[in-house]
Design a protein. Structure first.
Length: 137
């Protein structure tokens, strides 16, 4: 089964193009935060994505650079050989579905959400667990 889901921010405005047979396509990349141990700098992965037809139209119309996006699709090899005969290897996500994840300002704590004031309740029965930053499995 080839299904992947990524949540990140667009690294540039998506550009809508049309194939000679009038099919919409947009290529874009997203910056996805990776995990880092405590005290280490957080790593970022840049994921290349391609969307076709209505999905491409939707992305180019409603998304822009810096905006958070969730993409679902399948992972494919995008290997090629350049003019000098050098083989290049890369992976590309063919996007089937996208979702809005927040506003551009949500990273600065200004999330536009109607349920901002959520009360958790009494946490007296819970014990705080301190983490050393390692994943427990």
């Amino acid at each position: 089964m080839n299904i992947c889901v990524f949540k990140g921010r667009l690294t540039a405005d998506p550009e809508l193009r049309t194939t000679p047979s009038s099919i919409s396509v947009t290529k874009f990349s997203i910056a996805v935060d990776g995990y880092a141990k405590q005290g280490e700098e957080k790593k970022v992965d840049f994921i290349r994505c391609t969307a076709w037809r209505g999905t491409a139209d939707f992305i180019s119309k409603y998304f822009q650079k810096g905006q958070e996006i969730l993409v679902r699709g399948s992972l494919h090899n995008a290997d090629y050989t350049d003019a000098n005969g050098v083989k290049h290897y890369s992976m590309d996500v063919t996007v089937d579905n996208v979702e809005f994840c927040g506003s551009k300002n949500s990273s600065s704590g200004q999330q536009q959400n109607s349920s901002e004031n959520v009360e958790i309740g009494d946490l007296g029965d819970f014990e705080e667990i301190l983490s050393d930053g390692d994943v427990p499995f």
